[in-house]
Design a protein around this ligand. Sequence first.
Ligand code: MF3
Ligand code: CO
Ligand code: CO
Length: 295
Amino acid sequence: MSARRSVPKHIKLPDYSDLGRPISEIKNDRIGKITQYSAKDIEKIRKVAKISREVLDIAASHIKPGITTDEIDAILHKECIKRNAYPSPLNYYNFPKSLCTSVNEVICHGIPDKTKLKDGDIVNLDVTVYYLGFHSDLNETYYVGDKAKCDPDTVRLVETTREALDLAIKAVKPGLVFRDLGNIIEEFASKNSCSVVRTYCGHGIGELFHCQPNIPHYAKNKAIGIAKPGMVFTIEPMLCLGTYKDVTWPDNWTAVTQDGKYSAQFEQMLLVTEDGCEVLTARNENSPGGPVPRI
Ligand code: MF3
Ligand code: CO
Ligand code: CO
């Protein structure tokens, strides 16, 4: 790992940036109400969402065999600072870097280091930024080099995960029972012979990085809550080629599959509207591969 990156004084910091404990989040956990944001807050949330998409796309455009995950972290960090945004992972429960980089069998929360990406790898970049008092969270999995794009199992995994998220998003509107999202995702994953990770879930987000609702991605879950206009949350399914079971490295962050087979993830942040939802972190014309990526 490289040394800790610094954040200039003028950037607004979340409450954990110094000591690593998200105090407001820990306090809020005991309340468990789902916030419906005001029009004024939603304007701010749209701005931070736009920044998070921009910096993810820039970081992703540098992915190629030979680059290290630490170099991608440095790029992401710099692009956040340029936009007066704080990279939310930095010191969140003492996470040491600005970005999560999850390679191959890493399910999520991989820590950027001097590991070089190689042809045939897949890598997930999970970006969260804090700006105007709000967090925005999204991630995508990318193929490294051409070898990964030619491996049928790798493509099945990555494209099934991408489509599972899109399918779930289509179901989001007022009245949606949050526990139903897992049924949609797991049914589609199973049809394509992929398993669904159970340990990590989507989540409410806004003034806090993680809050209610909890959004499991597996079938027959017991999640609480119903979607209402103004709610903001993520869906971020993690699918695997083999077992869904995870184990955490001794670094206390890196979550990997127990069998070492590949895992992929996609994440979007959504706003529930009067008649559906707005994908706040959606791709656009400037995204690498365009608004609708195709392999
Ligand atoms: N971005 C992750 C999520 O989707 C959380 C990362 S926590 C960190 O919820 F500390 F690892 F950054
Ligand atoms: Co998230
Ligand atoms: Co995320």
